[in-house]
Design a protein around this ligand. Structure first.
Ligand code: XMP
Length: 514
């Protein structure tokens, strides 16, 4: 059976990965391509449908991102969203103009329920708008199928040619029936069966990995994070102890994390693989002594990590394959996929491949979004605690201790963070908040404990809600929970006499404290 594919053409809008994720949630596989992609390439992919995303430009301006008119004549259903909707109408002979005011936020939407796009969608609902330009005149052959008070063409269509345009953002959760509209497009209009499922993915990958690896030797740098853990288990399922995992404990992990990773992947754990734990804590502390500048600290940690890994790799000798836990957003963000290239180079362990003697890289998760990686993890029977682990930076607590890192400061922040996580879980907030942790400020101040004067550190608590980790809002943690965490940290963690809650959003702040 031919694999179903929907192509998302990226015009640089901020929600583009979200569009692709929503399509995948309909069990339809999709890939993101830049609008600069060649039409021949699109044809060769034989997609069942094409989605044009939003973007920041004005389609009528010279040099604005555009697409070949022939794209609409391939006989493949096309859905344009926001900029994509305007572009479709513009290219096909309609008119797009600048509005007097930007329409931004929730709007009351009225749809024609006889449109296939709005099947099972109520006539009245709420949608999310964000645009300056608007479709002033639809392209010939198009009919209007949705409106809002300020937007005469909130959606239009040309049914004979299977072309659909939506001015608002169905991919954003504020659009009440947005997921349903996207489902209608990919499943009903494009006719996709919906065969993109994670159990099938695991089976296919196991088979593909076995074929590729043969009797070869495979090496994996395991961090204990979600991506590398899922990649390791997938490999172990496929090739058992042809796989060796090296786990470097740099002494900057969360409380007990090193032991937890060992308990899962080590000899007493659940998987068939060779597990090597390197206890390099002291090496890292020695290297970090005296360093207080954030980028310097990151560099030291990154370089030392490579050195430790290299030593281990030398002991193992030449390997055939190196496993990397690269996931789809890494590919898109490094500019290899879509248009909205935001490069987060500091999030990768730079240089790792160079220090190992290997023939080829295996990236079994390179087509998956994070939530899909988690689903694969559950399919593989990995403990939930690990599967739903929150993001943790490669340099670990090194970037959660402002200023110089010492063993004592690591202990303080580990203890405070463990209390914080325990209380958040008890309050049932752990799946609601996307990332939360304790950090250690470099501030010491005077306090009183009993009758004693103290001069101790201030711990900062951070908790954020975010979709893409590029922007974030501070979470509104209930006061009693913050109270409990504060009093426990003060009472149970030595050398802390103050707890602060950081409510800065990103931007202007970052998520991590340093
Ligand atoms: P910031 O602090 O840049 O963080 O707002 C955004 C997300 O990235 C994580 N982060 C890192 N991850 N190495 C990593 O692997 C790093 O150096 C690093 N710095 C930040 C951070 O935890 C958040 O999820």
């Amino acid at each position: 059976m031919e694999k179903e594919l929907v192509v998302v053409i990226d015009f640089g809008g901020q929600y583009n990965q979200l569009v692709a994720r929503r399509v995948r949630e309909c069990n339809v596989y999709c890939e993101i391509y830049s609008y600069k992609v060649n039409l021949e390439k699109i044809k060769a992919l034989k997609p069942k449908g094409i989605i044009l995303t939003g973007g920041p430009a004005s389609c009528y301006e010279e040099g604005a991102a555009t697409c070949d008119k022939a794209l609409f004549e391939l006989g493949i259903p096309v859905l344009g969203l926001c900029y994509g909707a305007q572009l479709m109408n513009h290219v096909l002979g309609g008119e797009v103009k600048r509005a007097e005011v930007r329409e931004y936020g929730k709007a009351e939407l009225k749809v024609n329920t006889s449109s296939p796009l709005f099947q099972d969608v109520p006539e009245d609902s709420i949608c999310w708008m964000s645009h300056f330009d608007y479709i002033a005149k639809t392209a010939p052959g198009f009919e209007i199928v949705a409106t809002t008070k300020d937007c005469p063409v909130a959606a239009d269509q040309c049914i004979e040619k299977n072309l659909y345009a939506i001015q608002f953002h169905p991919e954003v959760l504020h659009t009440q029936y947005g997921s349903k509209m996207l489902y209608n497009f990919v499943r009903n209009i494009c006719g996709c069966r919906g065969d993109w499922r994670m159990d099938a993915f695991v089976e296919e990958q196991v088979k593909a990995i076995r074929e590729k690896v043969g009797n070869g030797k495979v090496l994996c740098a395991l961090s204990g994070g979600v991506d590398s853990s899922v990649a390791a288990v997938l490999l172990s399922k496929a090739i058992g102890n042809q796989l060796t995992c090296v786990f470097v404990d740099h002494g900057l992990l969360r409380k007990d994390e090193g032991d937890e990773v060992e308990a899962i992947f080590g000899p007493k754990g659940n998987y068939e693989l060779n597990f090597i734990r390197v206890n390099a804590q002291q090496r890292f502390y020695v290297k970090l002594a005296g360093a207080s500048e954030p980028e310097t600290k990151r560099k030291i940690i990154g370089e030392e990590f490579i050195r430790v890994f290299e030593e281990e790799a030398k002991k193992i000798g030449a390997v055939d394959f190196l496993v990397q836990g690269t996931i789809y957003p890494d590919i898109v963000e490094s500019g290899l996929g879509g248009e909205s290239a935001v490069i987060k180079s500091h999030h990768n362990v730079g240089g790792l491949p160079d220090c190992v003697d290997f023939k080829e890289i295996i990236e079994p998760l390179r087509n998956l979004f994070k939530d899909e990686v988690r689903q694969v993890g559950l399919e593989l029977g990995i403990p939930e605690k690990l599967v739903f682990r929150q993001p943790f930076p490669g340099p670990g607590l090194g970037v959660r201790i402002v200023g110089e890192v010492t063993e004592e400061k690591v202990r303080i922040v580990q203890e405070a963070d463990a209390i914080y996580r325990e209380e958040i879980a008890k309050a049932g907030l752990d799946r609601e908040i996307n990332q939360y942790f304790a950090a250690l400020t470099n501030m010491r101040s005077v306090g009183v404990m009993g009758d004693e004067r103290t001069y101790d550190y201030a711990v900062a608590l951070r908790a954020v809600n975010t979709i893409d980790f590029m922007t974030a809002e501070a979470s509104e943690i209930p006061w009693p929970v913050l109270h409990k965490v504060t009093s426990r940290i003060i009472n149970e963690v030595g050398h802390v006499n103050r707890v602060l809650y950081d409510i800065t959003s990103k931007p202007p702040g970052t998520i991590e404290l340093e």
